[in-house]
Write a protein that binds this ligand. Structure first.
Ligand SMILES: [Zn+2]
Ligand SMILES: [Zn+2]
Length: 336
């Protein structure tokens, strides 16, 4: 090839790479969310786990990992993974392929089992990933879970032998971090969850943002201001109409006394906190998608939380007018 032709082909390659990157950025607006696990506590097989990526950029992260492989299988059965094209030489099932190649990292809100059980169970056949979390969370994961006794130490710190499959990445509260191998940035905010520190993740893609909450109590019940601090931090995004939606828990119905909420929300407290966000932003939240996560099943015959909690939220939502959505396992949503 002549030097001139070589230069031309190099230039075309560069142009191709640049236009590929910019078209990916142009496509990446809003968030694509697949529910791998929708509920809190009691029942295994459907526990908090949300696979999230920018629309048009399939490189995903998993916010919490209560249920992983079973959630991917249900999502596949429901058609939520249909646009994942397996290479001709792929050896995995489609859920396996998404686990190995689609999910780039885990973001863990806290180490309660209903948020990490799926991660533990799938780890022997997982691909190498980073686990992003606040230091209080990575400490518990590495010391009390992946410690060679409860489960092999698949991490890169803690009790030897360390298998090093997972790379712990400590997040500093309030400081944005780019998530490697994805088009996402995350900012972690500490939450008060009874005696445990939990985490809210502000995910950002381009100018778009969404909030994912791990378990949390209301400020007034927890005697703190952690939710108020988040509302203040995201108020400019709400004012700019950049906050595309919120995933937040509502574990118990309103008959639950405050003294027995154990660091969780009930409908009246969730409504009160969303009103606090609206007040902080000085902007109506009307129409904002709010995914009602972590509803805890009940063993009582007389009141199904899956009907009682949405009804209580509807009743208190007349002024606020947010768009409450009760997630189901395998459901896929797009927020833009
Ligand atoms: Zn939980
Ligand atoms: Zn919890």
């Amino acid at each position: 090839m002549s030097p001139c032709r070589r230069l031309l082909s190099c230039l075309m390659l560069v142009v191709g790479l640049v236009s590929g990157a910019s078209s990916r950025q142009a496509l990446a607006a809003g968030f694509d969310i697949t529910v791998l696990g929708a509920r809190g506590g009691l029942e295994d097989g459907n526990l908090s786990a949300y696979m999230i990526h920018p629309i048009g950029d399939p490189r995903a992260i998993l916010c919490d990992a209560g249920t992983v492989l079973h959630g991917l299988q249900v999502a596949d059965q429901r058609g939520a993974l249909d646009d994942t094209r397996l290479p001709a030489d792929a050896t995995e099932t489609r859920p396996g392929f998404v686990l190995h190649h689609g999910i780039a990292a885990y973001l863990i809100s806290h180490a309660h089992l209903d948020h990490v059980a799926g991660l533990v169970l799938v780890s022997p056949d997982d691909s190498a990933k980073s686990i992003y979390a606040l230091p209080s969370v990575t400490t518990v994961l590495s010391r009390d879970l992946f410690n060679g006794a409860v489960w092999p130490n698949n991490g890169d710190i803690g009790t030897p032998p360390r298998l090093g499959l997972y790379h712990y990445q400590d997040l500093a509260a309030g400081q944005p971090v780019t998530l490697a191998h994805t088009g996402l940035r995350v900012t972690a905010f500490p939450l008060s969850h009874g005696s445990v520190e939990s985490t809210a993740f502000l995910l950002q893609s381009g100018t778009d943002a969404m909030l994912y909450f791990g378990d949390t109590g209301a400020d007034a019940v927890e005697h703190g201001t952690r939710l108020q601090a988040i509302w203040q931090a995201v108020a400019p995004l709400v004012r700019a109409h950049r906050l595309r939606g919120i995933v937040i828990e509502c574990s118990y119905d309103d008959t639950r006394p405050d003294s027995q909420l154990w660091g969780h929300l009930s409908p009246r407290w969730l409504l009160r906190e969303l009103t606090a966000l609206q007040d902080a932003a000085h902007t109506p939240l009307r129409g904002m998608p709010v995914l009602v996560a972590h509803i805890k099943p009940s063993l009582r015959r007389d009141a199904d939380p899956l009907s009682v909690i949405p009804a209580e939220l509807r009743e208190g939502n007349r002024d606020l007018g947010v768009n409450f959505i009760v997630p189901e396992q395998g459901m896929r949503l797009q927020w833009r």
